[in-house]
Design a protein around this ligand. Sequence first.
Ligand code: F6R
Length: 241
Amino acid sequence: MFRTIITEDYDLVSSEAFKVMKEVVKKGNAVLGLATGSSPIGLYKKMIADHNANGTSYKNIITFNLDEYIGLDKDHDQSYWTFMHENLFNGIDIPEENVHLPAGDVEDEEAECVRYEAELAKHTVDLQVLGIGSDGHIGFNEPGAPFDSVTHIMELTEQTRRDNARFFDDDIDNVPKYSITMGLASIMRAKQIIVIATGANKADAVYGMLKGPKTTDCPASVLQDHPDVIVILDRAAASKL
Ligand code: F6R
């Protein structure tokens, strides 16, 4: 079931997301599912500010990230490991052993998918943070990814690689072609989910998620079956609703 919040700008979107996050982290020992990309950066800034101002502690919080590029070692400046440390983990008091991301620089990526899914399955994610791709992907579950998928290897679409070229010197050839991602079934196990989307280039994907047919052509439409999803949008992302 969706609850949709539409606000004026990105800062208000981030504030709404932070309100939901704060309710969960204040319990002290929550499990968080986290995303990278532009959408959650404002939320992560507010988490760091709240940690600094109010001492909200992450010592007993456990995190699982959605995905990682295959072929980038964790110290690469565009790895999602680096992103998460620069944008969140280095600013809060979470112990490194509580942080989980798939490793993109292993020899056996299939084995890494099995290892990651097994680690994730030991926990129940209390709150999963999602962005959405302009092609409707969540995590890196691109169109066609099965709704019953668990952590798997996914070839990125041309659209996604074009969208993400901005992080790779605007050169699509620098963007990795494959990723390891939690599957749609892995994501759906979370107790609560927030989806953050801003900007007109997300409007079609947002429409597909909320109002379109439930189809693997729009992976985010799987969320129509989840009992507790809060979708936080600016007016541009909500413009096709
Ligand atoms: C990131 C992820 C992706 C992004 C999506 C939107 O971990 O899994 O699904 O959330 O590509 O990216 P941004 O927020 O950069 O528009």
